[in-house]
Design a protein around this ligand. Structure first.
Ligand code: DOR
Ligand code: ZN
Length: 350
């Protein structure tokens, strides 16, 4: 065994655990087990389930399903298509944010951008709004944020144009943060051509120039978010394949490998995988929630994955940073590839 490092438990504000409704892809137990294997102790689940989480009743059903399955801490983002404002007050204390889809992706759960301002007015500004907002809708986002100052997190920024928009909004003092996914940091449109469906996601992979721009402006990136979006191998081989790739088990090793190559510092890594997501999504941090990581090289392998989908676009890649042990509030919950606690021992947070 090589050098070991200790890091604080990682926090991912952007995962899709598919439960309820599409538990053939992932469920709360397999998804949170994958989280632990990847060094995450707190994750936030997105609302684009088969039946989108747009009512208190659906949210309650989801929380009930999570309660007896999760093995790490899990919070939830609420959803909207602009027609459920009555639900907002009812769920505000049970969720961590409101996710709005402004571009096409899995679930076709997309608003008409004319509705954005109305939604901002209706959402209690005490919890952030998360936007799937690609380049084409940046003007409307700008306009809305100038009018209503609800903290807004732009998910999975993928291009020079999108990051430039975020940088401009920050310069103007607007309450904006952004996340970048590992697939946009380590894959480009050339991989999309080579890997086909296995690298098919939204936003799509961009050019080397876009990727270089994001790496050069890492200071403007608040969070590295996995956008863990599992689909089965059979589904990915279908026509058309669904959008999305899993990411919970590969994000930390990819980032630690990038650190070793001098692409970012240890402090930048910890800020983006722990400190900033804790701040932005109001996660109370426990000093005895830590992960132990082995810095020997290893190969990413589909066989070892705990995610139910059982594949990764990064399989075969040699990286450093295998998670050996995860401790939550002083108790060891994961060690040497195995979850040590029973389903339901994780905490539901808001
Ligand atoms: O590629 C993606 N997959 N992008 C999204 O925005 C959603 C996700 C999913 O749920 O599969
Ligand atoms: Zn997503």
């Amino acid at each position: 065994m090589g050098q070991k490092i200790i890091l604080p438990g990682l926090i991912d504000p952007h995962v899709h655990l598919r439960d309820p409704g599409q538990t053939h892809k992932e469920d709360f137990l397999t998804g949170t087990s994958a989280a632990l294997a990847g060094g995450y102790t707190t994750i936030f689940d997105m609302p684009n389930n088969a039946e989108p989480i747009t009512t208190e009743e659906r949210l309650n059903t989801k929380i009930a399903s999570a309660q007896n399955q999760v093995v790490c801490d899990v919070g939830f983002h609420f959803g909207t298509l602009g027609d459920n404002f009555d639900e907002f007050e009812k769920v505000i204390d049970k969720v961590s944010g409101l996710k709005i889809y402004m571009n096409v992706t899995t679930g076709n759960f997309i608003i008409n951008s004319d509705k954005l301002i109305e939604i901002y007015k209706a959402w209690p500004g005490t919890k952030p709004i998360l936007l799937h907002a690609e380049d084409d809708v940046s003007d409307i986002v700008f306009k809305t944020l100038r009018e209503i100052k609800t903290p807004t997190h732009i998910c999975h920024v993928s291009s020079e144009a999108e990051l430039t928009f975020v940088m401009k909004a920050k310069e103007e003092g607007l309450p904006i943060t952004c996340g970048v996914t590992p697939h946009h940091l380590f894959l480009t449109d050339r991989d999309a051509e080579e890997k086909g469906a296995w690298a098919h996601m939204k936003p799509s992979l961009k050019t080397q120039k876009d990727q270089d721009f994001i790496w050069r402006h890492m200071d403007a990136v608040d969070i590295i978010e996995s956008d863990h979006a599992p689909h089965t191998k059979a589904e990915k081989q279908g026509n058309p394949p669904p959008f999305g790739v899993p990411g919970l088990e590969t994000t930390l090793p990819l980032m630690l490998t990038a650190e070793q190559k001098g692409k970012l510092s240890r402090q930048q890594l910890i800020d983006r995988l722990h400190t900033n997501p804790a701040k932005i999504f109001d996660v109370s941090v426990d000093k005895s929630t830590t992960i132990e990581v082995d810095m020997d090289e290893f190969e990413i392998s589909n066989e070892k994955m705990l995610t139910k989908c059982g594949w990764s676009p990064f399989a075969g890649q040699r990286v450093v940073g295998e998670v050996q042990k995860v401790t939550i509030r002083g108790s060891i919950v994961f060690e040497n590839g195995e979850v040590l606690v029973s389903p339901g021992s994780g905490k539901i947070i808001n």
